[in-house]
Design a protein around this ligand. Sequence first.
Ligand code: GLU
Length: 484
Amino acid sequence: MSIRTRFAPSPTGYMHIGNLRTALYAYLVAKKDPEGVFILRIEDTDQGRLVEGATDIIYDTMKSCGLKHDEGPDVGGDFGPYVQSERMASGMYHDYAVKLIHRGGAHYCFCDEEKIAAERAAAGESFKYDDPCKMLSVEECEKRIAAGEKYVIRQTIPTEGTTSFNDEVFGTITVENSTLDEQVLLKSDGFPTYNFANVIDDHLMGITDVVRGMEYLSSTPKYNLIYEAYGWDIPRYIHCPPVMKDEHSKLSKRNGDASFQDLVAKGYLPEAILNYIALLGWAPEEDREIYTLDELVQAFNVKRIGTSGAIFDPEKLTWLNGMWLRGMDLDTYYNLIKPYIDEAVKLDCDKKKIAEIVQPRANTLNEIPGMLTFFDEFPEFTTDLYNHKKMKSNPEVALVSLKACRETLAAQEDWSMEALHEVLMAVPKQIEKKNGQVLFPLRLAITGLGTTPGGAIEIAYILGKEETLRRLDRSIAQLESELG
Ligand code: GLU
């Protein structure tokens, strides 16, 4: 039997990082099997949480991450509908709940739970739901329902014994049945709760491996009792530890932590985000950190998912994003960052060369424009910036070097990179100085900045002859007036 997994997000309007990691793990578990099927199911029956356009965000995120689902609302499949509210329409959850009643796994309940809770609280008793309706016969209940009485359907839990199951990450878990509450399966409005719908949907969709957050771990014994009452196979469980903001709190959009969309807007690549979150809670066998999605499929192993929450480290993500950016071939990189270059540089110049000098330095896309402002604006600077110990540079040395560069460049017709490289690399020898004593002051003199992407020759080439000489003249004049 081939593996079938599902990602079952609720459309909340953003893609939480922890949810995306669950989606990734569910995808990897399915794709490890060459015949494996990855399913997208939209869980939208919590009407109070519905957000306009929220499903599109789910589709867009999956697409930009390359997490292609084989079945889902937009691509179809043999086990649809894949949107929970559409599954409701047939009355199927209701029918299954009634079937469960007849199999002894559930019962009708007519109590006003809130009222009982309030009464107990008033009497100083803690609220533990022990449903008196359990005593009613099904026939009696059906009569009351026919007479128009409101009801919910609750799970019936054995009062004795234990329930055990195996989780691939957390191992064997055993709970006393007496500790499990008789949760509502079908609400009075006819909507199933998550607690019920997840079992029905996973069964009907043939899910073999349930991958989800560990917040569902403690409820899983209850779900297993439902599977057992129907006589259905229990899936393999892979509960994932949470993604943490720090040691104490989970990463959460509600607390202002970045969602996937926020990270993309901050200049992170979907590939790098996916690569990073794969490593949050899962440890590859080899000592390696850069993985494409296909490489993750090869390397992934549920046995190496840890049980403790992994802390989301923005700095590590930034580093990894930089590795991804530097690993691209120049054409791909240039196409990607062109809008960022265009935003910062209006000068008509070789922008692909700008991409080339930025590539070794930028870790995120958003920092790129800020690195390039000097192309359009030549900032004022103080001449003490010419002092550089390692380069053996100081204002006096700089003046000699800049004058020699000025002369060479003024005479230069061919402004290609190759030609500029040849003539500028000859200057140090001509004036008996070290390379750094010429190229360091030159770069400063034409950019006004102590550090820039690229070196003097590349920047002179990009600026063009006229602008390079104009900047050089201003810098030489400044030095001359200060040195007297
Ligand atoms: N809709 C649930 C959630 O977003 C899905 C949990 C599950 O994967 O079963 O948390």
